[in-house]
Design a protein. Structure first.
Lengths: 568, 159
């Protein structure tokens, strides 16, 4: 007989878990008592949201299932944002939460929350364990569900008495009994043939690639397809790295802050082949004018993604890594020189650009320097906002799992803890978290964790003293009335205002990390080199121009052809 | 908006109903009727619901329901040939002068008086949902004291 807590340890081990992120509390004391005697690497976070983003970053960097443990009540509610972030982006994660003893559930017990109720809409599946005999089965199912099909987070809520009671139950041998959960993996051969025929007929085809290609491990196949059939490629934010952006066929990102070349190609193409992307509103702009001349094909493992916002002519439901190898032999190598020349012309006419002549320190310059200093050999993690878009524009991604960002939910506070999760998985990688001053403050307490575990993340803060993206929208669409977006300046009250609010260098030092503040262009490269060479967690704060905007921009609800290239 | 009749075979686990209802109510749609009961397999329950909604949105909802781990199969019967029935128990005000009239009316609808009280009758009726509605409309002038409807249940018809 083993206790529930021991069965949990055995279950996690059997699933190949090595690193666990989390924070203990009353309702998980029994699990932590077992953890004390186990050989998992446990990373103690300072807030449960940090634990979920770390598990998420770990999963995005490796493709493995991230794992975290939180206590009942506030522990679980703090984890909700992290679960929602992973759910929106299809990231495999298993979160174990403690629950008050079964006999007290529903009685408003201390630190009680209806965790399965609260997390139902932000998890792929969740469980409340009623009986210790079910634990081995539920743990095995949770990992199976988290990592197969369209991946996603699964939560297991475990009452304290279940952790303490004993059982002889064992893991099921396979998951064949899950009759309600059979993800379709293989694309229908007829649909694949139909798609091949459409590609062979198309004059102006375009690949529109999302995070699904990375999740499926199909990036190499996608690159083969594009190069064989001479099809230009645009990616979503989460698709960055699925196709080398150094390739002449790469159009970079599309959508609201997409490159002009990508958005023009979408609007002109006669065949749009979406692979592992979901026609998000930030990508499509005005739906009725999205890819108006194109026959639309959609390869996706999630049947509910098909026809969700855009009606699809050729759906192929299944795993891209299985479908592309069937498709590639059926497509012809066509020159498409007219189309490719047009693409080249757009790329030359509308490069992603900024003012390189100014002496002022611009955020885009910092990101280009990160690319130069690392020679593109780094894992870039971002927070959410303007810096995220600049990180997408001015670093060239060539490999999958090297751009890690909260796309769907747009979670500020994601980057710093996610970077810790990435570094925990990839000890030797250069990990650079690019953040703004707003979002970096949202989970800054986790910096201590990087120091404690010798995880030498580089946190580059592009400090413009504003919630920059919101400020940009206020400038463009709200008469420049900067309501509640100014940060870092004391405007009223007693005493002399501090020079920097907050002082990120002092914050770094207080957490045991190295802190630097840069204000000049020529300081950037040396500081980045110093940070990376230090092999210590570093905060590099760059005081950048306050009112720099992200361009191009398609205004919300407008068509992709209505790009704004600058305010001037 | 067209009324859709959606049926689902689901694992008989706690939380399944909440999950399904959550997907539908999250779209701002109201479930008009809902019926859940076990099937020939005690592990599987069958759920039938009537939901008014936009065709495309409900197609999306059906796909999302199908994706759920505890949902074995979902069908929007509105796109098929199907049979539907609803059971109603209705207590209607019936002073002695009106009783014969009410019993005759029930007869016309193949409804049955199942209980007779001093001042009221309780009538049971099983019929297609429209017919149940028609019958209740005709009872209304007599004053309905209480009514309980089972909600629609439905099965697809083979060709």
């Amino acid at each position: 007989m083993k206790t529930g807590a021991k069965l949990i340890m055995d279950g996690l081990k059997a699933e190949g878990v090595k690193t666990i992120f989390g924070l203990p509390g009353g309702a998980v004391l029994d699990i932590f008592a077992e953890l004390y005697h186990s050989d998992f690497e446990f990373i103690l976070t300072r807030h449960e949201q940090g634990a979920t983003h770390m598990a998420d970053g770990y999963a995005r960097a490796t493709g493995k299932t991230g794992c975290c443990i939180v206590t009942s009540g506030p522990g679980a509610t703090n984890a909700v944002t992290g679960l929602a972030t992973a759910y929106m982006d299809g990231i495999p994660m298993v979160c174990l939460s403690g629950q008050v003893p079964s006999s007290m559930i529903g009685n408003d017990a201390f630190q009680e929350a209806d965790t399965t109720g609260i997390t139902r809409a932000v998890t792929k599946h969740n469980y409340l364990v009623h009986n210790v005999d079910d634990l081995p089965r539920i743990i095995a199912e949770a990992f199976h569900i988290a990592r197969t099909g369209k991946p996603g987070p699964v939560l297991i809520d475990i009452p304290k008495d279940v952790q303490r009671s004993a059982s002889n139950a064992v893991r099921p041998k396979n998951m064949d009994y899950l009759r309600g959960y059979r993800p379709s993996m293989d694309g229908h051969p007829k649909q694949v043939a139909k798609l091949a025929e459409a590609i062979n007929k198309a004059q102006k085809p375009l690949l529109y690639v999302g995070g699904g290609v990375i999740a499926s491990g199909a990036a190499a196949d996608l690159t083969r397809l594009a190069r064989k059939a001479h099809i230009p490629v645009t990616t979503t934010l989460l698709g960055l790295g699925a196709f080398p952006e150094t390739d002449p066929l790469a159009l970079r990102m599309l959508g609201m802050h997409g490159s002009a070349a990508a958005n023009k190609a979408v609007s002109e193409c006669d065949l749009l082949i979406s692979v592992g992307a979901r026609f998000d509103d930030r990508v499509t702009g005005k739906i009725s004018e999205f890819a108006p001349h194109a026959l639309k094909a959609h390869i996706d493992i999630d049947p509910s993604a098909i026809d969700k916002s855009v009606i699809i002519d050729i759906p192929v439901v299944g795993d891209a890594a299985r479908i592309l190898p069937l498709l590639i032999p059926q497509v012809k190598t066509l020159k498409r020189s007219g189309w490719l020349n047009q693409i080249k012309q757009w790329q030359e006419q509308y490069p992603l650009a900024y003012d390189t002549q100014t002496t002022q320190l611009l955020p885009q310059y910092v990101i280009e320097q990160i690319y130069e200093v690392t020679r593109g050999n780094a894992v870039i993690v971002t927070e959410v906002g303007q810096h995220q878009m600049w990180a997408a524009h001015f670093f060239k991604y060539t490999k999958p799992r090297t751009f890690i960002s909260s796309g769907g939910l747009g979670t500020m506070g994601f980057g710093l803890p996610a970077a810790i999760g990435v570094q925990a998985a990839l000890r030797d990688a250069t990990v650079v978290d690019i953040g703004g001053d707003g979002s970096t403050q949202m989970n800054i307490q986790e910096l201590v964790v990087a120091v404690e575990h010798d995880l030498p993340i580089n946190v580059v803060i592009l400090n413009n003293g504003y919630l920059g993206m919101v400020r940009q929208w206020q400038e463009m669409f709200y008469k420049s009335e900067y309501s509640a977006t100014h940060l870092g300046g004391k405007k009223a009250g007693r005493g002399k205002p501090p020079a920097y609010l907050p002082d990120f260098v002092k914050i770094a030092e207080a957490h045991g990390a190295l802190g630097m503040r840069l204000t000049q262009k020529n300081e950037v490269a040396p500081a980045l080199r110093k940070a990376i060479r230090s092999k210590r967690p570093c905060v590099v704060e760059c005081i950048v121009k306050e009112n720099e905007n992200v361009y191009p921009m398609v205004p919300p609800g407008a068509s992709l052809t209505e790009m704004i290239h600058s305010m001037a | 908006m067209k009324k859709h009749v959606i049926t689902a075979s689901v694992e008989n686990h706690p939380g399944v109903l909440a999950r399904i209802v959550g997907i539908i109510s999250g779209r701002g749609y109201n479930i008009e009727t809902l019926n859940v009961a076990p099937t020939q397999d005690p592990q599987v329950s069958r759920l039938t619901m009537q939901v008014p909604g936009d065709e495309r949105v409900l197609e999306q909802v059906t796909k999302q329901l199908n994706k759920m781990v505890d949902v074995i199969k979902v069908t929007d019967l509105t796109q098929k040939r199907y049979l539907n029935r609803e059971l109603v128990l209705v207590e209607v005000n019936a002073p002695s002068g009106k009783r014969a009239e009410l019993i005759a009316l029930a007869d016309v609808f193949d409804a049955r008086v199942v209980s007779v009280q001093k001042k009221s009758l309780t009538i049971q009726m099983v019929a297609e949902r429209e017919r149940v509605g028609d019958f209740l409309d005709l009872l209304r002038p007599y004053t309905i004291i209480d009514v309980s409807r089972s909600g629609v249940i439905a099965v697809a018809r083979a060709d």
